[in-house]
Design a binder for this molecule. Structure first.
Ligand code: NAD
Length: 253
């Protein structure tokens, strides 16, 4: 069954672990997909890997208003409409206590994870089809504090606020807005976090994270994509303003 037949989806951070896994699922379910990412090399790699006629790629920085307007225009010119907006681009920053956190890194994490989602909601939602779906990737770190990840945790909490406001503001158009909250996912972002926290023994950091997940493992990128697929499909058409954990029980442990 094609759960996204005739739908058009825009995915930011589209060539990263979660973005690409989600794109694969969306394509399998009949969507046309625009993948937006800052990383041109990753765009070329994804183009070769997906090799699908219903994907369009656009290089853009979600933290810039001009780029947001450009990928909006590109999506509308390419596929004529937007039904699904997956605001998924994100960066982790560095591992450091708040007292020592570098200001420039703080600013960059705020720019991508918070302003990027804000700009997306500001410019994309008004041009979306009524009845559409906005999905924002927060994190389990959007509902709980983690020492050393202050900037990241702050932004992932903040997007829950954006989600709650956007859900109310767009309810009359039956556009639903929800957040997904992954626990640690087995992809490049966690590899960077593990190495940053302990350059000499990243595997010890990984073991520590896994010990904090009652299901005893990291999520796969595809498992996060499956939650996005549900929220993108009409099966979730009465669900809005909600936080959706995909964390193997981590938050409640
Ligand atoms: P990833 O690093 O593989 O992907 C992130 C993507 O975002 C990359 O392709 C990167 O190029 C892109 N990106 C970064 N800055 C950008 C910008 N300014 N403009 C456009 N694109 C930009 O990691 P991922 O796990 O796929 O991350 C996707 C989302 O999931 C992020 O918001 C992340 O915070 C969130 N998340 C990840 C994990 C995890 O363990 N990996 C856990 C919880 C939440």
């Amino acid at each position: 069954m094609e759960r996204l037949k005739d739908k058009v989806a825009v995915i930011t951070g589209g060539t990263g672990g979660i973005g690409l896994a989600t794109a694969n699922l969306f394509l399998k379910h009949g969507a046309k997909v625009v993948l937006v990412d800052k990383n041109s090399e990753a765009i070329e790699k994804s183009r070769a890997e997906l090799n699908h006629k219903n994907v369009s790629y656009f290089q853009a920085d979600v933290s810039k208003k001009e780029d947001t307007i450009k990928f909006l225009d590109h999506s509308l010119e390419t596929y004529g409409k937007i039904d699904i907006f997956f605001a998924n681009a994100g960066i982790e920053g560095v591992s450091s206590p708040i007292s020592e956190y570098p200001e420039d890194v703080f600013d960059s994490v705020i720019a991508v994870n918070l302003k990027g989602v804000w700009l997306g909601c500001q410019y994309i939602i008004p041009k979306m089809e009524d009845g559409g779906s906005v999905i924002i990737t927060s994190s389990v770190a959007g509902l709980k504090g983690f020492a050393g990840l202050g900037a990241y945790v702050a932004t992932k909490h903040a997007v829950v606020g954006i989600m709650r406001v956007a859900a109310v503001e767009n309810a009359s158009r039956k556009i639903r807005v929800n957040t997904i909250h992954p626990g640690p996912v087995d992809n490049e972002m966690m590899r960077r976090i593990e190495s940053d926290m302990s350059p000499d023994s990243p595997e010890v950091v990984k073991d520590g994270f896994i010990a904090a997940v009652p299901f005893g493992r990291y999520a796969t990128s595809k498992e996060i994509g499956e939650c996005a697929l549900f929220l993108a499909s009409d099966e979730s058409k009465f669900i809005t303003g909600c936080t959706h954990l995909v964390d193997g029980g981590m938050l409640n442990a």
